[in-house]
Design a protein around this ligand. Structure first.
Ligand code: COA
Length: 188
């Protein structure tokens, strides 16, 4: 699959593969903002080189078939405002996402995740997508619900979210099973 095949468009957004050159824009948009990182498993990023290294590692992971991801940009703006990624494990994948505070509450991540699920259903062999969030992260839980994920339950002490506490915290777990795309008959 070429990079171009991975550019997704919705009514308000373009989602395209991330590149190391996006590092500064992503740092400016969200990665250094403690309001954004509150429930993440990483601290606010200080240096652009740190993001560049992560993006390079992500590119290698994509080349190895371990992950696939997108930078999110509003069509009416030049700079990216978020990211959405899938960690791939055979027929299963785990989704993660993050968005600049100035864009919260406008349905943007729901729109982006819906597009990624449709892409996954059509183009990947993944049939089950899971997602987790801190039990207090109501916005993230709501995005999963709005996109059709089922709430599966709590996983106790599953992840340290260092911006909240040094102790492992529970995770709320969500899951969606994707329908296989329709198969074409030999007659077309
Ligand atoms: C989680 C996140 C991606 C949501 O993005 P978004 O574009 O604002 O999400 P949407 O607008 O599509 O939907 C958010 C929903 O949560 C609701 N919501 C937001 N804050 C809430 C809160 N404190 N309590 C309850 N509901 C809340 C919104 O009202 C909306 O639901 P609605 O459409 O029924 O009104 C964004 O808040 C973010 O980047 N947070 C920081 C990073 C993060 O937590 N990532 C996920 C880690 S698991």
């Amino acid at each position: 699959m070429s990079v171009d095949d991975r550019v997704l468009r919705t009514s308000r957004l373009e989602l395209r593969p991330p590149a190391v050159e996006d590092a500064q824009a992503l740092l400016d948009a969200y990665a250094s903002d403690p309001r954004v990182t509150k429930y993440m498993d990483w601290f606010p990023v200080q240096r652009v080189s740190e993001i560049a290294e992560r993006l390079a590692a992500f590119e290698r992971g994509t080349a190895d078939g371990k992950c696939i991801g997108w930078v999110i940009r509003r069509l009416d703006e030049a700079a990216p405002c978020g990211r959405i990624d899938l960690r791939l494990r055979g027929e299963e994948a785990e989704v993660g996402y993050v968005l600049a505070v100035s864009k919260w509450g406008q349905g943007i991540m729901t729109e982006a995740l819906t597009a990624v699920l449709e892409f996954t259903r059509r183009h990947l062999s993944v049939r089950r997508v899971s997602g987790t969030c801190d039990p207090e992260n109501r916005a993230s839980a709501r995005v999963f619900q709005k996109c059709g994920f089922k709430y599966i339950g709590y996983r106790e002490g599953s992840l340290v979210r260092p911006n909240v506490s040094g102790e492992p915290r529970d995770s709320a777990c969500f899951e969606i099973v994707l329908e296989a795309p329709p198969t074409r008959s030999p007659q077309g």
